[in-house]
Design a protein around this ligand. Structure first.
Ligand code: S3P
Length: 175
């Protein structure tokens, strides 16, 4: 059994910043899946969707997760929001470490996505560059049960800074 730590959660739940804070506190290397895939294709995520389609992006996620699972030394991994939706990805998460679900209220998610959308690099193809509350609510509802079933731990991030959340995780997981 590998000892990676995987962060899952909806877009805007804070995975990347919390994973970074925890990697600094535990002195473990960080791998951001979106960033790694974007590097491989040498283009931002929204361009990958546009050029090759969503399925190709989803295949790239599964390929990368499979590679991560073969690495022996532990990593902190920030997963893209869609990663737990494929059954083979869920199996890889379960077999290769512990998975932490970051929860946030819809209001907080929308606030964070609004902040991010000012930067084109962070454009989220599934949102079509639009922060539509009912669309986001429907997506969260659709994914909620799968996220919860995949996670070994869940943690609320509302109103907390990434460093505070990282400290809560350290306490929760008895590091
Ligand atoms: C996606 C989330 C994004 C990125 C892609 C698809 C999703 O990552 O992988 O736009 O399906 O929820 P973040 O959750 O890091 O924003």
């Amino acid at each position: 059994m590998k000892n990676h730590l995987f962060f899952i959660g909806y877009m805007g739940s804070g995975k990347t910043s919390v994973a970074r804070a925890l990697s600094e506190k535990l002195d473990l290397p960080l791998l951001d899946m979106d960033e790694a895939i974007s590097k491989r294709f040498d283009m931002p995520i929204n361009k990958i969707f546009e050029t090759f389609g969503e399925e190709r992006f989803r295949d790239a996620e599964t390929e990368l997760l499979d590679e991560i699972s073969k690495l022996d030394s532990p990593l902190i991994v920030s997963c893209g929001g869609g990663v737990p939706m494929r059954p083979e990805n869920r199996a890889l998460l379960k077999e290769n470490g512990k998975t932490i679900l970051l929860n946030a209220t819809i209001e907080e998610i929308i606030r964070r996505l609004n902040c991010d959308s000012h930067s084109n690099e962070n454009a989220r193809p599934l949102l079509n560059n639009e922060i539509d509350e009912s669309h986001i609510k429907a997506m969260i509802e659709k994914r909620k049960a799968v996220y919860e079933e995949t996670a070994d731990f869940s943690i609320s991030t509302d109103g907390l800074a990434p460093e505070e959340i990282a400290l809560n995780i350290i306490e929760l997981m008895h590091f």
